[in-house]
Design a protein around this ligand. Structure first.
Ligand code: PLP
Length: 444
């Protein structure tokens, strides 16, 4: 077996890690962490540490680590047939079954699911389909996409543009010009503190209306949003937000894409975030919770309305020119089928709702009154603690103090993983949906 020193050296010399300070890591200023195993909400590293992973990897290991049902399904699929493509009507029992299982769980107006690999490529697919849709409908100028500051939709060229966080744009020449951002629905951080929640929603709507007027409604194809802002700080929308936003979108014939990469398959205590907030989507993005990250798989769930136009498009133009080698990969599909069965049999959607509320309330009771805690918030199995330098005026800390990362490091010393979110000083928790009461208490 390789020594830790050897692995650390090879890591620094060879491995380009995502979302990492490359120079510091190459200089050995940040440690190499080799993760060796996991069970339930815990992971283990090579140094023998057992850590309570209160962020479920990257909020994706929803059923928890080490589930034999999924491991065995993957092994069986690999033994039977590790790969065949899904072009021109090909499939496996797993991929066809999974498409039915996804549609059975999706909102009623949904018609088909296209399978990809991860959340970013699924959102790239969505934008291409929206463009195709408008071309088939004879409105080639209707192409711009609206997103929100602090939204996260991936880090490809288009999806990195949709993402509304500066770190994903800086020095990459993003966002692309066809993407326009509107304000984040963060009531805690509203500019005008005198606004009630309803007034703030009206403000979000008028900002959106103004953007649409500026750009021209006939140039705007779609709006993309996460039901609850995720990487931008785990921010649930103010009451009535989605209803009000959708009224505007419908008025201007703008498609709604609900990015449910985090919220899909139970995290909010409902199967989808769209169910939770009454969002009537035209397209829904799924990934993470679809397989609980046991294998890479994502999806674009397409509504009847969009699907009919896609069919028309292929009648007029021939087969659709879109597909990945690994679309509906058999191993991902087998993992997905076993995972969705496990979510049902373990009652994880319900647990995300009840245990998530317990966890958040316990967190609020424990730290809500602290002089440097501005907000404790979340929905379902999501909880964020936002730190402030001064509670009265909600002042941000000087970013150079790196309070969020410091707190995450302090948590790690106590063997709990929380995530310092890229936005301000927010510590995020998104544990596996199987979190128990005693595990919630440990995190608190
Ligand atoms: N959409 C949302 C809401 C996400 O949170 C993420 C990843 O965190 C993505 C898309 C991108 O997914 P991936 O990292 O699998 O490309």
């Amino acid at each position: 077996m390789l020594t830790n020193d050897q692995l650390s050296q090879w890591d620094r010399e060879n491995f380009f890690h995502p979302s990492t300070h490359l120079a510091q890591h190459a200089r050995g200023e940040t440690p190499t962490r080799v993760i060796t195993g996991g069970e339930g909400v815990f992971i283990e590293d090579r140094d023998g540490n057992r850590l309570l992973d209160a962020f479920a990897g990257l909020y994706c290991v929803n059923v928890g680590y080490g589930r034999t049902e999924i491991q065995e399904a993957i092994a069986a699929q690999a033994k039977e047939l590790a790969y065949y493509h899904a072009y021109v009507g090909h499939g496996t029992e797993a991929s066809i079954t999974l498409s039915k299982m996804v549609l059975d769980r999706a909102p009623k107006n949904m018609s088909k699911v296209y399978f990809g690999l991860g959340g970013s490529d699924a959102n790239e697919t969505n934008i291409k389909l929206v463009w195709y849709y408008n071309n088939i409908l004879g409105r080639p100028e209707k192409k711009k996409i609206l997103s929100r500051w602090r939204g996260y939709h991936g880090s490809g060229l288009m999806t990195g543009s949709l993402t509304g966080l500066e770190v994903f744009h800086k020095k990459f020449d993003l966002p692309l010009p066809m993407v326009k951002h509107t304000i984040a629905p963060d009531y805690f951080r509203r500019e005008d503190r005198s606004q009630s929640e309803a007034q703030f929603v009206a403000h979000c709507v008028s900002e959106l209306e103004a953007l649409i007027e500026r750009e021209g409604p006939d140039t705007i194809a779609a709006f993309i949003g996460e039901p609850v802002l995720g990487t931008g700080g785990l921010v649930p929308p103010p009451a009535g937000y989605w209803e009000a936003i959708q009224t505007v979108l419908k008025k201007h014939d703008i498609l709604m894409i609900a990015d449910e990469v985090v919220t899909g398959f139970g995290r909010l205590g409902t199967m989808f975030g769209s169910d939770h907030y009454g969002i009537e989507s035209d397209i829904i993005t799924i990934a993470k919770g679809l397989t609980s990250a046991y294998a890479p798989l994502s999806g674009s769930i397409i509504s009847d309305k969009v699907w009919k136009v896609l069919e028309q498009g292929t009648d007029e133009n021939g087969a659709i020119g879109h597909g990945w080698t690994y679309s509906a990969h058999p191993i991902g599909a087998a993992a997905g089928v076993a995972n969705l069965k496990l979510i049902d049999s373990m009652g994880l959607v319900e647990n995300a709702g009840t245990m998530g509320s317990y966890f958040r309330e316990a967190m609020r009771d424990a730290v809500g009154d602290h002089a440097h805690v501005g907000d404790v918030r979340g929905e379902g199995m999501l909880c964020a603690v936002e730190l402030v330098e001064d509670k009265t005026d909600r002042a941000f800390y000087d970013p150079s103090k790196k309070i969020g990362p410091q707190l995450a490091a302090a948590l790690l010393k106590r063997k709990v993983i929380g995530r310092a979110m890229p936005q301000a000083d927010i510590i995020g928790f998104a544990p596996p949906l199987c979190l128990s009461k005693s595990e919630a208490d440990t995190v608190v």
